[in-house]
Design a protein around this ligand. Structure first.
Ligand code: LMR
Length: 328
């Protein structure tokens, strides 16, 4: 055991990786907003740091700041452009301000499951998206999966009409805002770290998120229950500043890129397992999960899918066609 590996082990078990960075090592700060336990992003970020710190020892060191302890998602990209943080993995909804093509991931019922999302991201369209924000100073390094989104509220949601008149917390995404307006509900954009309190105090009635977020943030404790709608996807882009990335010593950049690629492949392959574990953990903790009959689910599809038409121009009909071809 070296002192660094002991420090790393201790800090991983504490949930936050504050690696002991040695003098002369390039410090890579990775900021994110979720918890680290039973969470696809939390686990992937910790593994990334563990590998960088072991394999790039002496050259680089990574510190992970989870749970919005450093930045919320609405601050992190700005901080990255300022050079205050080097890596993050915000949800894909947070990139629509940079290019509207990312809106494809927020369109309800666009992808049948995470495998379909994976195929799209690995294809030509996905590759192009990673490089689509270079002019705005951002470089995508890889897509990390979380899972399909579910709906929850302070009353049972069985049919789309049950959402009518309720206030739902949304990520800052025009598509998700339109989706809830389509349900005649009232969307309220809000940072992730504020959602639990807003649900608890009744500032909002409901929210949509994945099992790992509903479990990790304990939303199920302050909701009547969750409905397994699988109506959309919540995934991430591992992102860095293009200037920082381009400025790296090519050898260091290649090594880092390879580690990111390998961690991405390993954790994405395990994502369905993590998703199902979080779902089970909600049930074990006494949370309520409602499943839909095929007829009920179809009613949600019919109610929400019309929003596609509003966004087709920005998203690109070619992107939509490529996604639909994968679903078939
Ligand atoms: C959210 O804002 O609900 C999510 O994007 C949080 C996350 O990173 O999973």
């Amino acid at each position: 055991f070296t002192a660094a590996s002991v420090a790393l082990t201790l800090s991983v078990s504490a949930g936050a990786v504050a690696a002991a960075c040695d003098d002369g090592e390039m410090v890579i700060k990775f900021s994110h907003v979720t918890n680290t336990d039973k969470h696809p992003k939390g686990i992937a970020a910790s593994l990334l740091a563990e590998r960088v710190n072991a394999e790039m020892d002496g050259k680089a060191c990574m510190e992970v700041f989870p749970n919005s302890t450093l930045y919320d998602d609405d601050q992190v990209l700005e901080a990255m452009l300022q050079g205050d943080v080097q890596m993050a993995a915000p949800s894909l909804s947070k990139f629509e301000a940079f290019t509207k093509q990312f809106q494809i991931f927020d369109l309800p019922f666009m992808f049948v499951n995470i495998d379909a999302v994976d195929k799209f991201q690995q294809g030509e369209k996905g590759e192009a998206l990673k490089n689509s924000m270079q002019r705005r100073g951002l470089q995508g390094l890889g897509f990390w999966h979380n899972g399909m989104k579910q709906m929850s509220a302070n009353k049972p949601l069985e049919m789309p009409g049950d959402a009518k008149g309720l206030k739902f917390r949304v990520q800052p995404s025009d598509v998700i805002v339109a989706q809830f307006e389509q349900l005649e509900a009232s969307p309220q954009p809000m940072a992730f770290s504020e959602v639990y309190g807003a649900l608890q105090t009744g500032v909002v009635d409901g929210q949509e998120n994945t099992w790992s977020n509903i479990y990790g943030q304990k939303f199920f404790e302050v909701q009547d229950g969750s409905t397994e709608t699988n109506h959309g996807v919540l995934d991430y882009l591992v992102v860095t500043g293009s200037d920082w990335w381009e400025g790296l010593d090519p050898e260091i950049r290649d090594q880092l890129a390879t580690i990111v690629e390998e961690v991405t492949a390993e954790r994405n392959a395990a994502v369905n397992e993590v998703d199902m574990e979080a779902r089970q953990a909600i049930l074990d903790a006494g949370g309520v999960i409602r499943e839909l009959t095929p007829e009920q689910r179809q009613a949600w599809v019919d109610a929400m899918k019309p929003v596609w038409a509003q966004f087709e121009e920005g998203v690109g009909a070619d992107n939509i066609a490529a996604a639909q071809e994968i679903n078939e």
